[in-house]
Ligand binder design. Sequence first.
Ligand SMILES: *Cc1c(COP(=O)(O)O)cnc(C)c1O
Length: 419
Amino acid sequence: MHMDRNTPTYQIDTLIAEAEAMCAPRFAEIDGIERVCFERVLRAMQQERIGAQHFAPTTGYGYGDIGRDALQRVMARALGCERALVRPQIVSGTHALALGLFGLLRPGDRLLSAAGKPYDTLEKVIGIGEAADGSLADYGVRYDQAELREDGTVDIPAIARAVRKETRVVLVQRSRGYAWRPSLTLPDIKDIADTVHSANRDAIVLVDNCYGEFTCEAEPSSAGADVLIGSLIKNPGGGLAPTGGYIAGHSALIEKIAARLTSPGIGDEVGSYAASYQPFYQGLFMAPHAVAQALKGATLLACTFERAGFSVAPTHGAPRSDIIQAIRLDTENRLIAFCQAVQKASPIDSFALPEPWDMPGYAHQVIMAAGTFVSGASIELSADAPMRAPYIAYWQGGLTYAHARLAVGEALAAVLGAV
Ligand SMILES: *Cc1c(COP(=O)(O)O)cnc(C)c1O
């Protein structure tokens, strides 16, 4: 369909309505995934006999903080893991990943990234390029990377070749992040885990699960992953958790990471929270629904922009293993217009105009639209992009489908109006 800046609004509305009808079979699949994930979360809360007493704030050391301990057990069950650390003191996904890596790696060990270059903020954690002060490289942990194949899929033989005797941790980024590559499906993760474990029994498969939680019926723990890590202002916080991160997996590994989280000898026995834990529990309860809404919004965005002639990844009919939708916009102006339209369609700070800026941890300038209740929460409708050709916008989140649907129309109109 040919569309440009003179395309009338009613044509955009029609396009969206048609796209929505085309997405119906995918929406039905997403509903099915939501039901399975929701039941797992609900059963976890029932099995742990969660009551109002678990919401109570604590102070000081937090010895015997039942809200914290039960939340960790509920999260472990929800993710199909033995044990979890779930903490408001984990400030972001990057922090959670850094804790996991520093907790498991020792000087002389090697870290292997199985799916090409990891997420931008991990470059400084690992010490790729120059070894930043306090990076893994600074502590004598060496780094290897198995490149993705030309089409962006994982290269299993390359992974098999890259696993060495010293390889202690294999980092698997499930989500596409800021890259034009497919997210890893659970069968992909199983292939990687099987390959790694057969090459080196002692190697730990650590999945960066950011944006992946509850997008499929099961979690990577069911596909041979040893540790899963993510952020609570993304999927598993359900839009309600005000901050925090989690690390879940095999008990012995979580024990090691707990020694890094607080201190050796203290581990996960301490840590208070002087506000209520209720938003963490309720957020987890809401998470499968919030993720389903986000998946539907992303699917509609993909279908609408595909039909307007843009290249998108994934396409609307493809299975999803993360909540990110990438749209290739080809020009800087269109990319800025897209992000500004998402911001304008937000409930909070709708009047703010996002602009590209230098963000800590990122190599390029980044533009971000996040008109969110929880500052920077990307399970809420948000869009961001590194300012580099071919100017790809990454859209994610959306607590309600109605919000996403409205923003899809406004973003398309803005992009068509830009050059
Ligand atoms: C969000 C994200 C991270 C961590 O980012 P934070 O902004 O520090 O929470 C890491 N990996 C992936 C794939 C992510 O999406």
